[in-house]
Design a protein around this ligand. Structure first.
Ligand code: SF4
Length: 285
């Protein structure tokens, strides 16, 4: 297949991230000059992936390969803006409860473990496209970038109890990724599986940035149940706890990068109708 130009997420090794940043952590508010490559670092072109590009990798390896390696995108149709708008207003709403006594919106009290992470500045940087949580793999010359919706913290220990071998007064903090999901309907039992890799990736990124985790993440679903006067829409809020596995995320990331290094185009997904449609309509072009 003919190449269509430079790949969307590639640049040359000489413009790779700095030695410090490349180790694993890109502190959200620290910039820093980008330096030369460390000894033993891959000289292949730099690749950046995210939870959404890894979703594409899971859905169809061919589409992933075409999009990231060749810059050929599947037709996207009209993109619904409601989930993005909901995410924005939910973030503002959650921020009101950060650092309060309960540390949670009332509808989540007693339904999730922990409290909202109270460092607004750091959380805002994890949410930002100019920051985010990042991980660099020197050998692969690849970066994984994730933007968190929110994060809970679970503090164990303190003055009284001392679980997990903590000394009296010592507090151990764990970080739990939380992602909002707006749906048209009540979520089905198995719909969360679709987002498993996303929470795995967030946990992996938290760990890579030096934060302890608990193998736990939350999806918080919002779905509409009624409309009231003056355009007020009542949403049902359903938190769903998910077991997470950062090693699963790392493996997916490595596999996806490996596929991008290959020149062999993968087979199309059997579940997608676009490729057969494209082939058939091509017969009449
Ligand atoms: S099968 Fe669908 S998702 Fe896969 S390459 Fe073709 S158009 Fe893209």
């Amino acid at each position: 297949m003919k190449k269509t130009g430079q790949l969307p997420f590639e640049h040359t090794p000489s413009s790779s991230p700095s030695k410090r940043g490349r180790k694993s952590i890109s502190p959200p508010f620290e910039g820093g000059a980008r330096g030369g490559l460390k000894k033993g670092v891959s000289t292949s072109k730099f690749v950046q992936l995210s939870p959404s590009t890894i979703s594409l990798y899971k859905e169809c390896k061919r589409c992933f390969w075409l999009q990231l390696k060749q810059g050929i995108y599947k037709p996207r149709g009209i993109f619904p803006s409601l989930p993005g708008g909901m995410d924005s207003v939910i973030k503002v709403y959650y921020d009101k409860f950060r650092g309060t006594k309960t540390g949670l919106p009332p509808e989540l009290v007693g339904k999730v473990n922990g409290k909202l992470y109270d460092d607004q500045r750091l959380l805002s940087s994890w949410r930002s496209r100019t920051g985010g949580l990042t991980y660099f793999d020197d050998k692969l010359n690849a970066k994984l970038l994730g933007l968190l919706d929110d994060c809970l913290v679970i503090d164990e220990g303190g003055p009284s109890a001392s679980p997990s071998g903590l000394r009296s007064g010592q507090v151990a903090r764990s970080y739990v990724p939380l992602d909002y999901k707006t749906r048209g309907w009540e979520p089905k039992e198995d719909s969360s599986d679709f987002y498993q890799h996303q929470l795995d990736i967030y946990e992996f990124l938290l760990q890579a940035n030096g934060m302890a985790t608990k193998g736990l993440g939350y999806l918080v679903y919002y779905h509409p149940i009624e409309v009231r006067e003056n355009g007020v829409v009542q949403f049902e809020v359903t938190p769903k706890a998910m077991k997470t596995d950062p090693q699963r995320a790392k493996k997916l990331f490595e596999e996806a990068v490996k596929l991008l290094r290959s020149d062999e185009i993968p087979k199309p997904s059997a579940k997608c109708e676009f490729c057969p449609w494209g082939q058939r309509q091509g017969e009449y072009a």
